[in-house]
Design a protein. Structure first.
Length: 332
């Protein structure tokens, strides 16, 4: 069961699923209204919890926070919270272009029972460290019982999330986690945050991050909605490795996992970020566990077919690994 009220870093562990906002067939048309497929939302949330996901993060870039209407955000939040029924923590995205709208959306999310917000920085102007830290302080002051997971996406928010930022923002009581990209500075940032918050690496980087520091016992995964057994297996093998001090099996599974990955277009995170929504939704739909649906405007119909094909193939490889694990599990 999810813990009510403010969480501690120790409450953040395991697999945190990144949930897309599933769309109806006409969602790519700007004339469309009420584009969220709420039935698919409820089915996916129920499936993730049944499969053992430890938490849910929603309405980031893949979740199309940037292209949902406020009314769509509200019904999507409600569906996630009502389906989860407190069984796992639910963090919903409330990022906007300014502090006041962000606070309004965060207050609403708290009022319906969301445990936290996955919160990025307003991205109109390039932020400095002082602005970024103050923004999180203001949201925390305005909604003091709402947990905050920082959405640290350097391309989306025109901010490189430097060491000074992590040292200062970790002093905010409500900041308990971060959706963290890359592990180059992970040890430094863990030291600077004094282990007051969990820095969640990507699933593909979790094995390496877990070997760095035992405090790293949580990760984020959009792959869960391509087949959750892959992500929960990764979690469980790291847990077993820490218990036995034998990392052989976890290392072998990491080798299987990385074979499912798709390369960034042009080997560039910057290029990937241009087409992020289409690539991730294409990957999810190709895997077949969840129907993510079409991309909402203005980010629809812009992705080169060669990039999209690569990510669809990644989804198919993930789905095949999921199927293999089901077979292996049934044979035990």
């Amino acid at each position: 069961m999810a813990k009510s009220g403010l969480l501690n870093a120790s409450d953040i562990h395991g697999v945190w699923s990144i949930l897309p906002t599933p769309s109806k067939p006409d969602a790519s048309d700007w004339r469309a209204t009420n584009t969220v497929d709420l039935d698919e939302t409820a089915r996916a949330v129920e499936g993730l919890i049944a499969a053992g996901a430890n938490g849910i993060l929603s309405m980031g870039t893949l979740g199309e926070c940037e292209s949902l209407t406020w009314e769509e955000k509200k019904v999507f939040m409600q569906t996630i919270v009502e389906t989860a029924r407190g069984r796992v923590p639910v963090f919903v995205g409330t990022t906007t272009l300014n502090t006041r709208d962000t606070i309004e959306q965060t207050r609403y999310a708290h009022s319906i029972g969301a445990d936290g917000t996955m919160l990025g920085i307003p991205m109109w102007c390039n932020p400095c460290v002082d602005m970024a830290v103050q923004y999180y302080k203001d949201v925390a002051e305005a909604v003091p019982e709402m947990n905050i997971a920082i959405y640290a996406n350097t391309e989306a928010f025109k901010f490189d999330f430097p060491r000074a930022f992590w040292a200062r923002v970790s002093e905010i009581r409500q900041v308990v986690a971060a959706k963290y990209i890359g592990i180059e500075f992970l040890l430094q940032d863990l030291h600077l945050t004094k282990h007051r918050m969990k820095l969640l690496p990507l699933d593909y980087q979790y094995y390496a991050a877990a070997r760095m520091d035992d405090f790293v016992d949580a990760f984020w995964s959009s792959g869960t909605v391509c087949g959750p057994l892959v992500s929960t297996t990764l979690r469980d093998k790291v847990i077993a490795a820490r218990r036995t001090k034998d990392w052989t099996d976890a290392h072998a599974f990491q080798g299987r996992l990385v074979k499912t990955a798709a390369p960034f277009p042009e080997d560039s995170f910057k290029t990937f970020s241009i087409y992020n929504v289409a690539l991730e939704k294409g990957r999810i739909d190709a895997a077949g566990w969840m129907n993510a649906g079409p991309v909402r405007p203005p980010y629809n119909d812009i992705c080169p077919a060669s990039y999209l094909d690569s990510w669809k193939a990644s989804g198919q490889r993930w789905a095949e690994l999921h199927k293999q694990l089901e077979t292996e599990s049934s044979g035990k």
